[in-house]
Design a binder for this molecule. Structure first.
Ligand code: AQP
Length: 332
């Protein structure tokens, strides 16, 4: 089976709809076809300031949401990144073959550090993509399910893998981003040209899966559209309507052309109300399942511990090969 690897940050507590449709849903699909490794990336989380108790709670909450979304520990390997020390170890090696200018070109760092103020951004935030490179290469991943915003980091992963292989001999598999075009970028409901993001300026356009469903329904009903009235998919001229159609289609499985027909002559109000209802119907059992997993922290921790053991077996082998190629004396 080909390998898949991906990770999600525990920083915000609740996943948002963009995380789910762009990434987590693909994790669930790929566990059927791939030898899949998924992790809660707590090492990545600390590139931004975290409250220790909050980080611990949110890490378990992220694991519970992954299980609630449909990840099955019997069909994939689910773990917490910091439980596998090889991630930090290989990241150091990869840091040492990355150019400073190359790392400086990562747009996510530029965006995030600009928001924080350049002097406050940490070196960890700067090297975040290189830790991600290590995450992927350790598992010799073929497919990396992510949203569009991660494409550049996967390109960097391929570049660094090729560089290492070229200098030291074949060690790493070259991965490819697994990006599902239709849902690769879910947009903010209030600012439909922007990505839905946990760090949006206003929470009004952000749909958190664990919020009270009524709160999210209201956000859908007051989603920004345009002054026209025709329900038509047109990302350039009708980004708000197109985003609602994308979400509708993703949650119901109905094709966009069919939806356009269905809403002919109906106007935007009907579309917004329907998407709100469809979302609430989907998210209600998701929230319940999340609470069930959270209610049994011992089982949750045991699942993560078993996952870490499986992950370490693979990661340790890759790290040992990389250390050997680089010229480190083996530890006896
Ligand atoms: N709006 C989105 N549409 C599609 N996919 C998305 N992803 C994030 N936002 C969207 C994908 O979700 C996965 C997990 O991402 P993360 O844990 O790195 O979270 P993030 O990218 O930091 O999430 P945010 O909300 O976008 O955070 P900020 O505001 O900090 O940048 C990834 O595969 C990502 O592509």
């Amino acid at each position: 089976r080909p390998r898949a690897l991906s990770g999600i940050q525990p920083t915000a507590g609740s996943f948002h709809l963009g995380n789910y449709l762009g990434a987590v849903r693909q994790y669930v699909a790929l566990q059927e076809t791939h030898d899949a490794f998924y992790m809660v990336v707590d090492l990545h989380a600390i590139t931004m300031p975290q409250d220790p108790a909050g980080l611990r709670a949110n890490t378990r909450l992220a694991a519970a949401q992954l299980l609630a979304a449909g990840l099955d520990p019997d069909r994939c390997t689910l773990f917490i990144q910091s439980h596998v020390p090889e991630h930090a170890q290989l990241a150091w090696v990869m840091n040492c073959i990355t150019g400073f200018g190359e790392a400086s070109r990562m747009t996510q760092f530029k965006d995030k550090s600009a928001k924080q103020g350049a002097d406050r951004a940490t070196v960890g935030l700067f090297t975040y993509p290189i830790l991600q490179v290590a995450d992927i290469l350790l598992y010799q991943a073929d497919a990396v399910p992510v949203g569009e915003d991660q494409r550049q980091h996967i390109e960097l992963t391929r570049d660094l893998a090729e560089r290492f292989n070229g200098r030291f001999g074949q060690t790493f598999n070259l991965p490819a981003a697994h990006i599902v075009r239709e849902v690769a970028k879910i947009h903010d409901l209030q600012d439909p040209t922007a990505k839905m993001s946990k760090s949006a300026a206003s929470p009004k356009g952000l749909v958190n899966l664990l919020d009270e469903p009524g709160v999210s329904a209201k956000k859908f009903r007051s989603a920004v559209t345009d002054t026209d009235t025709v329900v038509r998919f047109d990302e350039k001229d009708k980004p708000g309507v197109s985003n609602l159609l994308t979400i509708h289609s993703a949650l119901t499985g109905t094709g966009i052309p069919e939806l356009e027909e269905q809403y002919a002559g109906k106007g935007y109000g009907a579309l917004k109300t329907d998407v709100a209802e469809i979302f609430v119907a989907w998210v209600t059992p998701f929230r319940e399942r999340t609470q069930e997993y959270l209610g049994d922290p011992e089982t949750l921790d045991a699942v993560m511990a078993k996952g870490a053991e499986k992950a370490r077996a693979v990661a340790a082998e890759t790290l040992a090969a990389a250390y050997d190629r680089i010229g480190f004396v083996p530890a006896k």
